[in-house]
Design a protein around this ligand. Sequence first.
Ligand code: 13P
Length: 248
Amino acid sequence: MRKPFIAGNWKMFKTISEARAFAEEFKELYRASDVRVAIFAPYLQLAALKEAFCGTYIEVGAQNMHFAEEGAYTGEISARMLREIGITCCIIGHSERRQYFGETDETVNRKLRKAFQEKMKPVLCVGESLEERDGGSAFSVVRSQLANGLIGLTAAEVSALVIAYEPVWAIGTGRTASAEQANEMCGFIRDVLEELYDDSVSCSTVILYGGSVKPENAGEIMNMEEIDGALVGGASLSPQEFIQIVNF
Ligand code: 13P
């Protein structure tokens, strides 16, 4: 059975003191349930959030990591550095990293392999741009992001992977994909997993939708058959809004 998963991606928002204030307020509102909950925060806030959420089921993850063990990569963070402070999950290949920081399917693939080698639980992001959606290539773009991103990963690894479908045109724009559009692409991702692996991988991989998820549309999205959860940007910055999504 796939467990519902609601994850917040804070992107480049909140200082350490703001992160602590969020955690204190969110802990008051949060009740443990069968929904997996995580906050993906900027690197500097991770240790403070781990400490603040200690003793709860709320997980804390990073938004990126490097694929190398260590080396001359100024400004980068390794999986081992994250592990040392107790961080075991990480977003990989977010569209903003692909768009602004030169992330490619190849770097995504190297990062995924490294993440599994280091026993990290990655969340792989895929999704098409507006031009690709309007030009009719959304499905082929997502297929190729998966086929190239997953090269060399085993069936067991991909079963443990979380995949987030985030259409670039719906991120931060207030323009949400309809629940049907999101469900259709998440179903397509399962078909590709079945093609690349097998039916059991396709049934066990947790697939999220991300892009302008808010308290008002979370319920409808979570009701869709192929969608197991949400990756929430803007609405995860407010404890009041995020808890409503967690309690969809
Ligand atoms: P928004 O929810 O702000 O549209 O961001 C979505 C996202 O990119 C989550 O990773």
